[in-house]
Write a protein that binds this ligand. Structure first.
Ligand code: KG4
Ligand code: ZN
Length: 340
């Protein structure tokens, strides 16, 4: 028999995503982004994001149905991001999902956004063999997850104590006169620079920090170090070597992210790593992860960029795993949880 058709809805940050999936087969992945509306603010503005979700949710749903060549009547179950994310943004997706579940009389599953990033990988390269360690790096979050069962069991080993990795790229880009979102601009500038020209600090890697915050990250000290370096150069009347600063900053981020993720694998005896999130688009982060995983005998799995950034298909993929596992649906009065 054909596997159930799962509709996934994602509105935790600035992407409105609706996806359709059967098992680990991707049928549609429609995304509308409000990133352009946040450019002039230099970061995601929650109220602006919520309003954009409200405008985009139905058209994005219609695009997904068209792409998959199905109708709402074909949908067997609905999955939606319950958290973590921006409270007002989550509410738009959850309200839409509850309305659909009620109107279609289909089961609804509120799921975890972070685990959804891991489930998305299965749409690219087929079923994952757990356990896996996931390094999730985006503009909104930075975590290391230990997933022992995608549908039921994930533990957060560590997370950022301050800025997300993407946020650090965005803030440093601003400091050196590059545009938002900073990641792609820093990567482009860094290609012309020398990563060894400046040594920027690697947050939470001292022996003392490693005992208390082994898998956690901190990027605020790095951002401050870049700011101070730029200020000093300007005070002394030197032109700021933007490519070198970008390359040295990017190297510091890549080094600490990949070091801790590989460490989590080796210390937990995990042989598979999933790399996802918008920052996983970064070529240096990808290369260093691949290199260090290969050296440690870890298989690296990474979906294409459209499945790496926030999207509805990843939520549908997790919904499919939850349905297959026979877990009970969420009740229609469940709340969102910004810090799930
Ligand atoms: O997952 P994502 O698309 O969405 C949100 O988190 O909302 O991630 C966006 C983040 C931004 O901070 C952006 O600067 C960063 O990902 N980013 C990159 C690159 N492309 C996007 N960071 C580093 N290098 C890149 N090539
Ligand atoms: Zn995300």
């Amino acid at each position: 028999a054909e596997q159930p058709l799962i509709l996934g809805i994602e509105t935790s940050c600035d992407e409105t995503g609706v996806g359709l999936v059967r098992g680990t087969t991707l049928l549609a992945n429609a995304v509308a982004s409000s990133v352009d509306e946040h450019v002039r603010f230099g970061g995601v503005v929650p109220e602006v994001a919520s309003r954009a979700h409200l405008q985009a949710i139905v058209p994005t749903l219609e695009r997904a149905l068209t792409e998959a060549e199905v109708t709402l009547d074909d949908v067997d179950a609905i999955a939606v991001t319950a958290g973590p994310g921006l409270a007002g943004a989550l509410m738009v997706g959850v309200s839409a999902a509850k309305s659909l579940a009620l109107a279609l009389d289909k089961p609804l599953y509120g799921v975890n956004h972070l685990v959804g990033h891991v489930a998305a990988e299965q749409l690219e390269n087929g079923p994952l063999t757990e356990p896996v360690v996931a390094l999730l790096v985006s503009g909104g979050h930075t975590e290391i997850l230990h997933v022992t069962e995608i549908a039921t069991a994930a533990e957060m080993l560590g997370q950022t104590l301050d800025d997300a990795a993407g946020e650090a790229f965005d803030k440093v880009a601003r400091l050196i006169g590059l545009k938002y979102p900073g990641g792609p601009h820093i990567q482009r500038a860094a290609a012309e620079g020398d990563p060894a020209a400046i040594r920027f600090p690697r947050g939470l890697t001292s022996q003392r920090d490693m005992s208390r915050h082994r898998y956690d990250f901190s990027f605020s000290g790095l951002k401050t170090a870049v700011a101070r370096w730029v200020e000093t150069a300007e005070r002394e009347g030197r032109t700021v070597p933007v490519p070198d600063v970008a390359a040295a900053f990017q190297e510091a981020v890549a080094d600490v992210l990949t070091h801790k993720a590989v460490l989590a694998c080796t210390e937990r005896g995990v042989r598979t790593m999933v790399l996802a999130g918008g920052v996983a688009a970064n070529a240096r982060i990808r290369d260093l992860t691949r290199e260090r995983c290969a050296a440690a005998g870890i298989e690296l799995r990474q979906p294409r960029l459209s499945l790496c950034t926030d999207n509805g298909a990843m939520i549908a993929a997790l919904g499919a795993a939850v349905v297959e596992h026979g877990l009970p649906p969420s009740s229609l009065d469940f709340a969102t949880d910004s810090s799930l």
